[in-house]
Design a binder for this molecule. Structure first.
Ligand SMILES: [Zn+2]
Length: 310
């Protein structure tokens, strides 16, 4: 059925989301979004956003009412994207561009809904989270930006191996209760940045990531073994490494930096000497000795070895 075209048709902004444009069309034509959707033959439910939402619609009616081609309308929708448990497209506005929204308050762009988008493609402004975190370190932001790039590449190439690995990273975070399967598009900036940073570590150095997580975390290791029995061997490997990691810095965090500064001791050699100190302590006191006693002895050995160097 052909319908009359809408009297007022503000053009969509570049990369505008279909639901955003429909909202603006309704406002321009002085009707509610629901009334407009009825007129456009879109049903009375949720305003369509995803490409799958447009399955059963009367294209002729919609296209003639808004005077746009089917291709133009489909290009304003979000892709169908849940691959290997990685939800990188959001169905809610978890972030926005302060500059674009200041100009046009009802605007929502497509790429703002993608997990890897960090800046506005229209004006170049950094996108703002719905709930921003002020005390996030520059290091975490940089790591999250690398994770975002890795995620974008994995999604663009639909590389099943990479997507599986990212999915696994999110599952691990969710089992350990440090994130959720949907953290990549969380309204909480901190949660999202952590998840993106985990994607970076999970795709480049997964074993290191697991090792850092499991350091001194017996409960976490147990929960991972229970949730991923098929990966028991890797978990044990990471667990062993994390114990080494614990021995490399036996209570020496405060004095480690001045030593590095004054004598230019590189971190690896400091770690090696710490490891040697730990080994010596174990050989003196025996592997079964009280952990606290071992650490105290290792600390003393390390301090004296630093004294020899300086
Ligand atoms: Zn913008």
């Amino acid at each position: 059925m052909n319908v009359k075209s809408l009297p007022f048709r503000p053009p969509p902004s570049r990369d505008e989301l279909l639901s955003s444009w429909i909202g603006r069309l309704a406002k321009a034509n002085h009707c509610s979004v629901e009334e407009l959707c009825g007129y456009l033959g879109l049903g009375r439910g949720r305003v369509p956003e995803g490409i799958n939402d447009l399955g059963q619609i009367d294209w002729l009616r919609l296209c003639s009412a808004v005077q746009r081609t089917r291709h133009e309308i489909a290009a304003m929708t979000l892709p169908d994207a849940t691959h290997h448990g990685v939800q990188y497209v959001s169905r809610h506005d978890f972030q926005y561009c302060p500059r674009c929204v200041a100009k046009s308050p009802d605007l929502a762009l497509r790429h703002w809904r993608l997990a890897w988008s960090m800046t506005c493609e229209t004006c170049g402004q950094t996108l703002a989270a719905k709930y921003s975190a002020n005390d996030v370190s520059g290091r975490l932001r940089a790591r999250a930006a690398r994770g975002a790039e890795a995620l974008k590449t994995a999604a663009a190439t639909t590389d099943p191996r990479r997507l599986r690995r990212i999915g696994m990273t999110l599952q691990v975070m969710s089992v350990l209760k440090i994130g959720h399967l949907w953290s990549l598009t969380s309204v909480s900036e901190r949660e999202r940045l952590l998840a993106l940073a985990a994607v970076d570590i999970g795709t480049t150095r997964p074993l290191l990531g697991a090792t850092i997580i499991l350091r001194g975390n017996d409960r976490g290791a147990r929960e991972l073994r229970r949730a991923f029995p098929q990966h028991r061997r890797v978990i044990e490997q990471a667990r062993g490494l994390s114990q080494d990691l614990g021995q490399r810095f036996p209570g020496r965090r405060k004095t480690e930096h001045p030593t590095r500064k004054t004598h230019g001791t590189s971190p690896p050699s400091a770690s090696v000497s710490a490891l040697q100190a730990a080994r010596q302590a174990i050989s003196e006191l025996g592997a079964g000795a009280n952990r606290e006693a071992l650490l105290t002895r290792a600390d003393a050995i390390w301090k004296s070895s630093d004294g020899v160097k300086s």
